[in-house]
Design a protein around this ligand. Sequence first.
Ligand code: ADP
Ligand code: MG
Length: 679
Amino acid sequence: MSEAASSPQPSAVAAPVSAVRGVGPDRRTQLTRLGLHTIGDLLFHRPRRYEDRRHFRSIGQVQLGEVTATRGHIVALGLKRYAKGQKSVFEFILEDGTARLHCRWWNLPYMQQYFAQGDEVLVYGKVNSLRPRTIDHPETEVVVANEDNSIHLSRIVPIYPLTEGLSQRWLRSLIFRALQQFGPEIAEPWPKLPLPDLPRRRKAVEMLHFPGELTEVDLARRRLALDELIELQLAIQRRRKRLNRNAWGWPCGGDNRLIKPFLARLGFSLTAAQTKVLREIRKDMAGAQPMRRLLQGDVGSGKTVVAACATLMALESGFNVALMAPTEILAEQHFQNFARWFGPLGIEVGLRTGSHRTSNAECRTLNIESKPCDHSALRTPHSATLSIGTHALIEDSFAQENLGLVIIDEQHKFGVAQREKLVRKGRYPHLLVMTATPIPRTLGLTLYGDLDISVIDELPPGRSPIKTFVRGADRLPKVWEFMREKLTEGRQAFVVYPRVEEGGTNELKAVTKELDAVQKALAPFSVGLLHGRLPPEDREQTMAAFRGGTVHVLLATSLVEVGVDVPNATIMLVENAEQFGLAQLHQLRGRIGRGAHESYCILVAAPKSPDAEQRLKVLEETTDGFRVAEEDLKLRGPGDLLGQQQSGMPPLVFADLKEDLALIERARGLAGSIIATEP
Ligand code: ADP
Ligand code: MG
C-alpha cells in the first residue's frame, strides 16, 4: 500500500487489521506478511485478477491450452508416492455432469489435507491435456456450503495475491467485511475537484473488489491511480514551492567575459539547440530562485559544452562550481577537456576521484594528452574554481565555499539522495543535471517532476548517421573481417562485453578471456583492455593510448557506456547484446558517430536468443533515442530505465508509468489547482 493512496484517509482506516471481526493474532501475522497492516491496506489491496463466476465453462467444453475457470464435485482423490517416496503426485477428479477433469499437483503432498470426496471445488488453470482432461497445479477454491456464498459465487470475484496459510475465500470475506464496516469512512480527498467521468473514491474501492461488471474494474483503477498521481504531483509541486519560497538564487548570470573568449577558441560554433538551452540556463541562473534544471540531449548532442558555458557563467559571477560524473573515466575525461578549455582563461580546475586529487594549477595534468600549463594566463587567476569528480565529491572531506552551481552528468546513474548530498555542500546552489537517456514523458513528469526540462534536440552538424546491424553469433568471422577493413582505413573500434555482475568474477573472465581471441582475430592491430577492476593508472594509460590512436581497438565492459568521446572510433561491436537494455545499447552506440566518418554499430546476439534478436531490431530501425527509450520502457519497465529504486519515488499500486500519460498530465494539472488555493 503506497503512502500516496493512504495519506488522505482518516484515522479509522489507519486502525490495525485486527479491528475487523475475525482477525486474531495468527491471522494478523499472516496479513502482515502480505504487507497488510491497517484497514486502509486491506481496502486498497489490489486484486491480481478477477473471475467471472456468473458463467462457468462446463468441464465438457474446456479447450486444450486454454486458461479456464470451471467447477465440479470431487469424485475421487489420492496421493501417489514414487522414487522411493522422494516424489509424489496428488490428484483429484472433478465431475460436473458433462465430463471429468483431473487436477494434479507434483511434490506438494500436503495438498491432500485441503480436499475431501464430495467437495465442490472451483478450479482455474491451463488445460494441458484433453485425454484425459487435465489441469496441473490449478488455483482452487472449495465451496463451503453453510457460508454466505453470495460473496464468492454468481458474481465477478476478486482473486488476490496471497501468502501461505491464507485462502482466497477467507481474505475475500475479510475484505468484504472491512468494506461494510469501514467503507463509509473512505473520504473524498479533494471534494472540490471536478471528476465527472470517474467514481467517487469510496465507490471506486467497492468497484475494485466487487465490480458489477468488468468495465468497472478499469474505472476504479483509473480513479485510484489518479489519486495516487495527484498525491505524487502534490509532493513534487509542494517541494518546489517550498524551495522557491525559502531559497534565493545566487546571482550567477555572468557577464560574458569568460564565455566570449572560450567560445572564440572552441573551434566550432554552438548549435541552435545548444544556444537555446543556454539561454534557458542563463535565465534561471540570473533569476530569483535556484535553478533546478534537467538537461536532456541524446548521446553526442554536445551537453558538455553547455555545461562548460553554465560553469563559466557562475565563475564570471564569482561563484565556485562542482561537476559530478558517475565513473572515473568520465570524470578524468571531463577534467582533461575542462582543463584544456579553461587553463588559458586562468581558471583552476580540480579533479577529485577515488584515485586522484589534483588540479591543473599544480600543472599535474594526467599522463594523457599532457599539455603544458599556460602560465601567462595563470598570472591573472580568477579566484573561483571548478571541481570535477566522482562520488568522491559527496564525501565529507570535500567542501566548497561559495558553491554557486552544481552539475551532475549522466544523472540517471545517480540516486536522488546523492544528488541532494552534493547540493547540500552549498546553500541552495543552482542545479543542472544532465542525461542522455531520453525520458519518456510519463517519467519526465513524475520521476523528474520537480525539475524544469531543457532539451537539446539536434546533433552538431557533420555527423554521419550510425548504421546498426543485429547479427547472430555465427556471423562473427565476417564481423572481424569487416572491422579489420575499417581499422586498415585508419579508424578505431570498441568491442564491448556485458559485465555480468558488478565486481563479479564473470566480468573479468569475459573480457580478459576474450582479449587473446580478439588480438588474434585483429592482429597486427593493437587491442587495449578496459574494465573496472584495473588500477586507475592502467585505465588512464589505455584510454590515453586509445585517444592518441596507438591503441586501435578498445575491448571493454559497459564501463565505456557513458561519456567517452573519441571521434575517430567508428565501430561499436557489442557481444551478447541481448544482456543489455535497449537504452543502454543506445548509449553504447553513442560512443561512435562522433566524427565525420561513417560509423557502424554491430550487435551480436547469443545463438540461443531469437527473441532477443527480434527485440534488438528496434535499434536497427531507429537512431531516435526517444523511440528506443519508449520501447525499453514497455519491455523492461521504468525501474530498469532510470533506477527507480533510487529515485525516492513512492511505489505506485494503481498507476502505471508505462501507460498512464493522460492520467499523469491530468493529475499534474489538478495538483496545480489544489496548490494554487493553499496558503
Ligand atoms: P554528450 O551530449 O553525449 O555529452 P559531448 O558533450 O561529449 O556529447 O559532445 C560530443 C562531441 O561533439 C564532442 O566531441 C564535442 O566536442 C562535439 N561538439 C559539441 N558541440 C558541438 C558543436 N556545436 N559543433 C560541433 N561539435 C560539437
Ligand atoms: Mg556527456
